[in-house]
Design a protein around this ligand. Structure first.
Ligand code: ADP
Length: 219
């Protein structure tokens, strides 16, 4: 599927949708002087391979970027929502000691810290905790909020963002983990934490893509 070669007719369909989209299948058939049934397989291939997007009752949109391969277009359709893991959160007033225990119990590398309002207030990584252990004696007495990286300096992703963009953020900001958040309308940096996106998430997606079961699901 990835090394797909488009037929002359499929390329014509793409041109039509590019210029006229959103456009229904019937209208495309009419413009090409073909029956809808003849077009069905072409439209299915173009949709599955990410060139076109079909919206019920609206029609076909052009989704593929000219300069990108089928593979690249498919990859950009995978969202954070499809792969995110549950978040592991700790309240800001909890101690560094408790944070370390949570890190081990939950088997994660990064904890998301929430404030009294239950919204994201910071992030604590392994190194942050190591640094705290190195510098202090009474880990029960230090609130995790004191050692965390705080909002608004937290790099986040939303569930709708593409897996590709999220993976790029991991590299660009050189962090292991991004809280998956839903912005609240109560304020500019008010984020509800709904998931975690880590280097492991990307690895899992990579393996799933190799098995090809994502594409077979009609995603
Ligand atoms: P580690 O410390 O285990 O190497 P990271 O590279 O993810 O893990 O963290 C490096 C630093 O960046 C830490 O101080 C951490 O608090 C901070 N950090 C981690 N994730 C984020 C994020 N999503 N946004 C902003 N800062 C982060």
């Amino acid at each position: 599927m990835i090394s797909i070669e488009l037929s002359a007719r499929q390329r014509r369909i793409l041109e039509i949708v590019k210029q006229n989209g959103p456009i229904t299948g019937d209208k495309i058939a009419e413009m090409l002087g073909l029956t809808r049934a003849t077009l069905r397989a072409d439209l299915a291939i173009l949709t599955m391979s990410g060139f076109l997007e079909a919206r019920p009752r609206v029609g076909y949109f052009y989704a593929g970027d000219r300069g990108k391969t089928v593979w690249q277009n498919r990859l950009r359709q995978l969202t954070v929502h499809m792969f995110k893991a549950p978040p592991v959160v700790v309240e800001e007033h909890k101690s560094v000691q408790e944070a370390i225990v949570t890190l081990f119990l939950e088997d994660v590398g990064t904890l998301y810290i929430i404030g009294k309002d239950r919204l994201l207030s910071g992030v604590v990584s392994r190194k942050d905790l190591l640094r705290a252990v190195h510098g202090h004696k009474n880990l029960e007495d230090i609130p995790v909020g004191m050692i965390m990286t705080r909002m608004p300096n937290i790099v986040t992703v939303t569930p709708e963002e593409s897996l590709f963009d999220a993976a790029q953020k991991l590299l660009e900001y050189q962090v292991d983990s991004l809280p998956v958040v839903v912005p609240k309308d109560t304020g500019r940096f008010h984020f509800e934490v709904v998931g975690r996106f880590t280097k492991t998430t990307v690895t899992r997606a990579f393996v799933a893509l190799g098995k090809d079961d994502l594409f077979d699901d009609g995603l």
